[in-house]
Design a protein around this ligand. Structure first.
Ligand code: PLP
Ligand code: SF4
Length: 445
């Protein structure tokens, strides 16, 4: 199958275009000039049900919808598009609106950039002791864009992420030097947008150097959801499988962190084939997704998704809470609702699906799981805990926040029982005040 992408420039060539109402086309043009828009022929022909667009989850997952901008922003962009063709004018207005959409949630990347021999290693993030995030420069786009994605500023060219030229040797050197790292997590964009040869250029040095601390290579990707042909009919599909097999045979666990947001993404014959092929060379597949209004905000959908995943030999891993950026009003569910959806789904499945953890917010101190709403001595509270923490000692300690029925993110929560701070806050400030030097990294080893 040949890959064909559709964006704002060519979406009118989609064969099903006459199924869209004038209002839907207008919404794509108006919203698509502010937020990124990209889909492809697999999503269009095999995932979307064009006869039920009003409720179709994959349509909403990849095509801009009117409700993704506020009325005010929508009207402003529409007036501009009605009145001018000047791309500079359109861009300027788009950027004004973008800046009002909280383009830098959590604002934490600058706190986690590793340093080697005095050199800042851009393209990497080292937030949790065991796991190094790696952003290969050629993996900064995706086979289609999710309309909720917190990385949208990067896709519309607002964030110019910088990547080091010698990044593959930096990766290897940093892992060799920092023995506490057991996992490298390739992320993006979508690293599986890369050709096998390019991906191999990052993997080969690791296989040669074989850092004894390196136990798992993870790849965060939505290729199984948006372009499963990657592992089936693409010209380098077999080259990819061979490379993966070599990683596994070398004794390193290879895990694909597959992003699936709806059971529909697990139903085509090509995704099933892709999963089988990956599993046949020993690749593990773990699954994750945010919980999203209009897409997957019922327990039934999640229970069905986890069951289908397990039946296809995948391991449910995380349910995330979407970050407070971009089209958040369209997608956000409250923390309480997210927990109810998780709990409802978890109750419907057997233990084999209960490897999943969530709902979880990736915020500054760590990954915070909403364990639920409870009442302690007459006070209604959120019970929380960290699944991952900037300080490993914070992990798996229950803590409490005042109940807030409208809260959608951690920054809206206050400590319960009249306390001034959450237990980790003083230490977090200390971590941020420290200037991490190369010497300190030496001391880590
Ligand atoms: C989630 C995440 C990881 C991986 O955490 P695990 O709990 O090991 O899955 C690593 N780095 C960052 C920044 C993350 O958000
Ligand atoms: S595939 Fe991943 S990185 Fe790409 S748009 Fe979707 S969520 Fe964002």
């Amino acid at each position: 199958m040949k890959f064909q992408s559709y964006t704002l420039n060519n979406f009118k060539n989609i064969p099903q275009i006459n199924k869209l109402s004038p209002g839907q086309i207008e919404a794509i043009e108006v919203v698509g000039n502010v937020l990124p828009f990209k889909t492809n022929n697999y999503v269009v022909n095999e995932l979307i049900d064009w006869d039920n667009l009003d409720t179709d989850p994959i349509f909403k997952l990849t095509f801009p919808q009117k409700g993704m901008l506020s009325q005010e922003h929508y009207d402003l962009m529409k007036i501009v598009l009605d009145q001018t063709n000047y791309t500079d004018t359109i861009k300027n207005v788009a950027n004004i609106i973008r800046n009002e959409l909280n383009p830098h949630p959590a604002g934490q990347i600058e706190h986690n950039i590793p340093v080697l021999n005095g050199e800042i290693l851009s393209g990497m993030q080292h937030k949790y002791r065991e796991t190094l995030l790696f952003f290969p420069s050629q993996g900064q786009t995706c086979h289609a864009y999710c309309t909720f994605c917190f990385r949208w500023p990067q896709f519309v060219g607002m964030d110019q992420l910088k990547f080091a030229g010698k990044e593959s040797s930096h990766l290897k050197d940093y892992v060799l030097r920092n023995k506490q790292i057991t996992d490298i997590l390739f992320t993006g964009g979508d690293p599986m947008i890369m050709k096998a040869k390019v991906f191999a250029s990052y993997i080969e040095p690791l296989l040669e150097a074989k850092p004894e601390n390196l136990q798992t290579i993870r790849i965060g990707t939505k290729a199984l959801g948006y372009w499963p042909y990657k592992f089936v009919t693409d010209h380098d599909a077999n080259e990819y499988l061979n490379l993966f097999e070599r990683v596994v045979l070398s004794g390193i666990n290879l895990s694909i962190m597959a992003h699936f947001s709806h059971p529909k993404e697990l139903e085509t014959s090509v995704v099933k084939t892709a999963i089988k092929r990956l599993r046949s060379v020993g690749v593990q597949i773990r699954t994750q997704s945010p919980v999203l209004k209009h897409i997957n905000d019922t327990p039934e959908i999640w229970a069905e998704m986890w069951r289908k995943q397990v039946n296809l030999n995948c391991i449910p891993y995380y349910m995330f809470i979407p970050r407070d950026t971009g089209a958040q009003d369209y997608f956000a569910v409250t923390l309480e609702n997210a927990w109810q959806i998780f709990r409802g789904a978890y109750q419907k499945v057997s233990g084999v699906c209960r490897t999943v953890r969530g709902p979880s917010m990736s915020c500054t101190p760590g990954k915070v799981q909403v364990l639920g709403v409870s009442e302690i001595k007459g006070e209604k509270v959120f019970v929380l805990r960290m699944l991952q923490g900037r300080n490993p000692d914070w992990v798996a300690r229950p803590f409490f926040a005042e109940y807030n029925k409208d809260a959608i993110w951690m920054d809206e929560l206050k400590p319960a029982f009249g306390e001034q701070k959450f237990f980790f806050e003083d230490e977090l400030e200390l971590i941020f005040d420290e200037h991490v030097t190369d010497d300190e990294i030496e001391n880590f080893e």
